[in-house]
Design a protein around this ligand. Sequence first.
Ligand code: CP
Length: 338
Amino acid sequence: MSAPNSIQHLVSLQDFSDAALSEVLNLSSNIKRVSVAPSLTGRCAGLLFFRGSLRTRSSFEAAVHQLGGHSINLNAATDFWELEARTGSIMDGRAPEHIKDAAAVLSRYMDVLAIRPALAGTSWTEDRRDEDIRAWSEYARVPVINMESALWHPLQALADLMTMRESLGNLESKQLTVCWTHSPTSASPAVVHSLILAALRQGMNVRVSHPAGYELDEEVMSVASDLAVSKGRELETTQDRKQAAEGAHVIYARSWSSISDYGNPTLAASRRSRTVDWTVDEELLSLGSQTRFMHAMPVRRNLEVPDSVLDGDRSLIYEQAENRLHSQKALLMHLLGS
Ligand code: CP
């Protein structure tokens, strides 16, 4: 039996209408200003992590607790086993249980399920399908929240929009520059995919700068391009960091893996070795317009970004992290109708 159509999931922020997005953002700001009455009393959130997390796990658990609910955290490394996502597969491999059954069972205990799926890391074509999180949302009978898949990190984008609105006010026509940074352990492009679409939806102009070989997902950028046209905004990609930083109201640093080298650690390491100068430093920040600095974290200090920027008065990194708490409370209240 498939899930009722009326269940609202959050796999990508694109699942939310502009009205729903505004409602959650406004509620997030209100919650931050005034403490809200516990509205999740007696409700239970299931958190399933197939990869590690510091902010997402702790902010989500704190949000549920502060709203009077209870969370059950399950870690795939220690608490359960591999799960199969493919429909109709003959399960003679490593996974002893199908997501279909796990989702159906957990839906009988929980009011909402939040999932950070694993990434196979061998083929971008396969990982970008986001099969696991899509299977959870197909089979669960309660709202499913994506806590960062290969393609999307909607929770980070919500907190990022909230943070930029706090700092800049109306985001219409403001310029966001996303700047790739060098790191030996880059992540999937999920954070920047979600951020770019979310910023364009709020009427921002977006520039993305990265070295050759770090192009973002073609289909996501095609959606972004259509969005920019429909909103009458600029979307530009360049390998010239300084040009991208000129006039920026926000510079957002992030290291993401090369899709071209995905699944090939030798090629990826070779490409990365040619990018060590890709840092966001004070000189780059000075090219903008009283530029705020943002980073989703974790951040490698003095490699991706110097201490002087991270600890400087333009840095919003801790506001971003704090806003994960407020915006996830708002999201839970929105999804659970409380
Ligand atoms: N930004 C973010 O999602 O942090 P974690 O990976 O620590 O959850």
